[in-house]
Write a protein that binds this ligand. Sequence first.
Ligand code: CTP
Length: 404
Amino acid sequence: MSDEKIHQPTILVGVTGCIAAYKSCELVRALQNAGARVKVVMTEHGAEFVTPVTFKALTREPVALELFDDPNAPIHHISLAREADVFVIAPATANVINKLAAGVADDLLTTTALATAAPLLVAPAMNNHMWRDQTVQESLKTLRQRGVMVIEPESGYLACGDVGEGRLAAIEQIAQAALAELKRARDLAGQRILITAGPTREPLDPVRFISSPSSGLTGYAIAEEAARRGAEVTLVSGPVSLPDPFDVAVVRVQTAQEMFEAAKDYFSQSTAAIFTAAVADFRPQATADQKLKKGIDTSADGSLAITMVPNIDILATLAAQKGSRFVVGFAAETQDVVAAGQGKLVTKNADLIIANDVSDPTRGFGSKHNQVWFISADAVEQTKIITKKELARLLLDKVVARFC
Ligand code: CTP
């Protein structure tokens, strides 16, 4: 295989064992008509519904079936995983959805899904009772939270004779979703993005600190997605229990001052900066060398008075010198969310503020979901309740729009 061919934008179509498998032929055609190179991987049951020869003729590429069926690629799932810029499984059966959610990799299709860094889309198709099954719905929820895009099935007449939800989404819709992801594949190449994430810890003594419950999920999701889309990413992170995102340079810090020092260095080299960190606005004026003791460090009534002094505002300080950089801030609010976000857009000299209501425990801090307002000088847009991975995708689309 030539290098040129390896780098040709490729959509991998996964076909599983469902009567709707015949519609995958139309999907392959629609993707090819839009200019994409298409390869097909099938499960054993998928190949019962449409023969691999059909897909081979349509794609003019070998059809992948078995883990060891390509003599030129002895580790077939890895070569396929690397070749794919987008992986779309359509139709996706209940069985395959449950396997993906559980991380089962017992055939070429599921092993490739586990091995690829490409965005994964699944278009479920099944009987309506199977669709409503709790296991299937929980698996879909798990997949969505991991950033998998689920293209919801339609309601209508099903092959089994039942009428209800479970019919494969329209081919046009699946093709559009896959092509949109293909477009995103390297759309941030050439950008250098600084991201701050997580909380900061402001020490009172060697064992106590002032902090916030920020999990870092949003910043880490943005960093991972930006790197996947080709950006060079530096993530300056406060203490969180998340692993380093793949292909991202991570600088771990504790205090707001340390976060500022690290962010300042990378800001000067960046083309865009996204400040998601929940920075402590204040720190204790003094940090005790030894653990504070009841009765020794406290007043006669047992109370402990701590003088807090303001921390530097990292976003506002750096954005004051932003030049042509695209600067994004967040606004964590408990009331008047939009007005407060609009205020921060101006006072912090940001190009975009993502405001959210942190008083709702089902969203924001620690949750995998959020509902936000994108606030710029000329627009306010509210999202639905979305996963933090979807938020990352939408936000980075705006960064791309700015640079195009
Ligand atoms: N921010 C920052 N440095 C700080 C405080 C906040 O960089 N010392 C950034 C955050 O990362 C976020 C934005 O500023 O992008 C808004 O943070 P938020 O906590 O909502 O607001 P504050 O600036 O702290 O203001 P207030 O507490 O008054 O709402």
